[in-house]
Design a protein around this ligand. Structure first.
Ligand code: 9YT
Length: 136
Protein backbone atom coordinates (compact mmCIF):
# COMPACT_ATOMS: atom_id res chain seq x y z
CA UNK A 1 0.00 0.00 0.00
CA UNK A 2 1.17 3.50 -0.75
CA UNK A 3 0.07 6.43 1.43
CA UNK A 4 1.45 9.90 0.71
CA UNK A 5 0.52 13.43 1.64
CA UNK A 6 1.26 16.34 -0.64
CA UNK A 7 3.37 17.83 2.15
CA UNK A 8 5.67 14.79 1.89
CA UNK A 9 6.48 15.80 -1.69
CA UNK A 10 7.42 19.44 -1.13
CA UNK A 11 11.06 20.10 -2.00
CA UNK A 12 11.64 16.60 -3.41
CA UNK A 13 12.18 15.57 -7.03
CA UNK A 14 8.41 14.94 -7.15
CA UNK A 15 7.82 18.67 -6.69
CA UNK A 16 8.32 20.33 -10.08
CA UNK A 17 7.87 24.03 -10.77
CA UNK A 18 7.66 24.95 -14.42
CA UNK A 19 6.73 28.62 -14.12
CA UNK A 20 3.13 28.50 -15.33
CA UNK A 21 2.46 25.52 -13.09
CA UNK A 22 3.76 23.57 -10.15
CA UNK A 23 3.16 19.84 -10.02
CA UNK A 24 3.41 17.37 -7.15
CA UNK A 25 3.75 13.84 -8.43
CA UNK A 26 2.13 11.38 -6.02
CA UNK A 27 2.63 8.42 -8.32
CA UNK A 28 5.13 7.95 -11.13
CA UNK A 29 6.08 5.04 -13.36
CA UNK A 30 8.66 3.88 -10.84
CA UNK A 31 5.87 3.28 -8.32
CA UNK A 32 4.76 0.45 -10.58
CA UNK A 33 0.98 0.84 -10.52
CA UNK A 34 0.47 1.47 -14.24
CA UNK A 35 -0.68 5.08 -14.08
CA UNK A 36 0.58 8.31 -12.58
CA UNK A 37 -1.25 10.79 -10.36
CA UNK A 38 -0.23 14.33 -9.63
CA UNK A 39 -1.70 17.54 -8.34
CA UNK A 40 -0.91 20.45 -10.59
CA UNK A 41 -1.59 24.06 -9.71
CA UNK A 42 -1.89 26.23 -12.79
CA UNK A 43 -0.97 29.75 -11.81
CA UNK A 44 -3.50 32.58 -12.14
CA UNK A 45 -3.15 34.67 -15.27
CA UNK A 46 -1.14 32.10 -17.22
CA UNK A 47 -1.82 30.48 -20.58
CA UNK A 48 -0.21 27.10 -21.18
CA UNK A 49 -0.01 25.15 -24.40
CA UNK A 50 0.13 21.40 -23.88
CA UNK A 51 0.25 18.31 -26.00
CA UNK A 52 0.55 14.80 -24.61
CA UNK A 53 1.40 13.01 -27.78
CA UNK A 54 1.81 9.56 -26.27
CA UNK A 55 -0.38 9.66 -23.19
CA UNK A 56 -4.03 9.77 -22.23
CA UNK A 57 -4.64 12.25 -19.43
CA UNK A 58 -7.66 12.87 -17.20
CA UNK A 59 -7.66 16.21 -15.38
CA UNK A 60 -10.12 16.85 -12.53
CA UNK A 61 -10.35 20.43 -11.36
CA UNK A 62 -10.80 20.69 -7.60
CA UNK A 63 -10.26 24.43 -7.20
CA UNK A 64 -10.06 27.68 -9.09
CA UNK A 65 -11.35 28.50 -12.52
CA UNK A 66 -10.27 29.08 -16.06
CA UNK A 67 -10.83 27.79 -19.53
CA UNK A 68 -9.63 25.01 -21.78
CA UNK A 69 -9.30 25.45 -25.53
CA UNK A 70 -9.30 22.37 -27.73
CA UNK A 71 -6.94 23.45 -30.50
CA UNK A 72 -8.18 20.73 -32.83
CA UNK A 73 -11.51 22.50 -33.29
CA UNK A 74 -11.32 25.75 -31.32
CA UNK A 75 -13.94 24.75 -28.73
CA UNK A 76 -13.54 26.58 -25.42
CA UNK A 77 -14.70 24.89 -22.22
CA UNK A 78 -15.09 26.64 -18.87
CA UNK A 79 -13.20 24.70 -16.20
CA UNK A 80 -13.86 25.03 -12.48
CA UNK A 81 -14.10 22.98 -9.30
CA UNK A 82 -15.98 19.79 -10.14
CA UNK A 83 -15.17 19.55 -13.87
CA UNK A 84 -13.07 16.82 -15.46
CA UNK A 85 -11.57 16.83 -18.94
CA UNK A 86 -10.04 13.84 -20.62
CA UNK A 87 -7.56 14.08 -23.49
CA UNK A 88 -8.51 10.78 -25.05
CA UNK A 89 -7.51 11.94 -28.52
CA UNK A 90 -4.08 13.41 -27.67
CA UNK A 91 -5.58 16.82 -28.38
CA UNK A 92 -3.35 19.86 -28.47
CA UNK A 93 -4.85 22.30 -26.00
CA UNK A 94 -4.41 25.52 -24.08
CA UNK A 95 -5.29 26.18 -20.46
CA UNK A 96 -5.95 29.73 -19.32
CA UNK A 97 -6.19 30.18 -15.56
CA UNK A 98 -8.27 33.06 -14.23
CA UNK A 99 -7.36 32.08 -10.67
CA UNK A 100 -4.97 29.44 -9.37
CA UNK A 101 -6.41 26.15 -10.61
CA UNK A 102 -5.86 22.95 -8.62
CA UNK A 103 -5.95 19.96 -10.92
CA UNK A 104 -5.69 16.26 -10.15
CA UNK A 105 -4.10 14.61 -13.18
CA UNK A 106 -3.96 10.92 -14.07
CA UNK A 107 -1.78 9.72 -16.94
CA UNK A 108 -1.58 6.40 -18.71
CA UNK A 109 1.04 5.29 -19.46
CA UNK A 110 2.44 6.86 -16.30
CA UNK A 111 4.73 9.87 -16.26
CA UNK A 112 8.29 8.97 -15.43
CA UNK A 113 9.18 12.32 -13.89
CA UNK A 114 11.65 13.12 -16.67
CA UNK A 115 9.12 14.66 -19.02
CA UNK A 116 9.70 18.19 -17.84
CA UNK A 117 13.12 18.03 -19.47
CA UNK A 118 11.67 17.09 -22.83
CA UNK A 119 10.07 20.39 -23.65
CA UNK A 120 9.89 21.96 -27.05
CA UNK A 121 9.10 25.61 -26.69
CA UNK A 122 6.92 26.34 -23.72
CA UNK A 123 4.99 23.12 -23.54
CA UNK A 124 5.71 19.60 -22.39
CA UNK A 125 6.02 17.22 -25.30
CA UNK A 126 6.38 13.78 -23.79
CA UNK A 127 8.02 11.40 -26.19
CA UNK A 128 10.68 9.53 -24.26
CA UNK A 129 10.88 5.90 -23.27
CA UNK A 130 8.46 5.51 -20.39
CA UNK A 131 9.86 2.40 -18.77
CA UNK A 132 10.33 2.61 -14.99
CA UNK A 133 14.02 1.79 -15.40
CA UNK A 134 14.54 4.66 -17.83
CA UNK A 135 12.92 7.02 -15.35
CA UNK A 136 15.62 6.59 -12.75
C1 9YT B 1 -2.87 20.22 -16.04
C2 9YT B 1 -1.91 19.24 -16.61
O1 9YT B 1 -1.99 18.81 -17.73
N1 9YT B 1 -0.93 18.85 -15.79
C3 9YT B 1 0.00 17.89 -16.27
C4 9YT B 1 1.01 17.48 -15.30
C5 9YT B 1 2.19 18.37 -15.26
N2 9YT B 1 2.42 19.01 -16.50
C6 9YT B 1 3.35 17.52 -14.84
O2 9YT B 1 3.34 16.99 -13.71
O3 9YT B 1 4.29 17.37 -15.64
Amino acid sequence: MIVRSVQDLYGTDRDVDNGNWVSRRFLLAKDGVGFSVNETTIRAGTETFMWYKHHTEAVYCVGGEGELEDLTDGTIYPISDGTIYVLNGHEKHKLRARSDMRMVCVFTPPLTGREVHNEEGFYPLIVEDESPVAAE
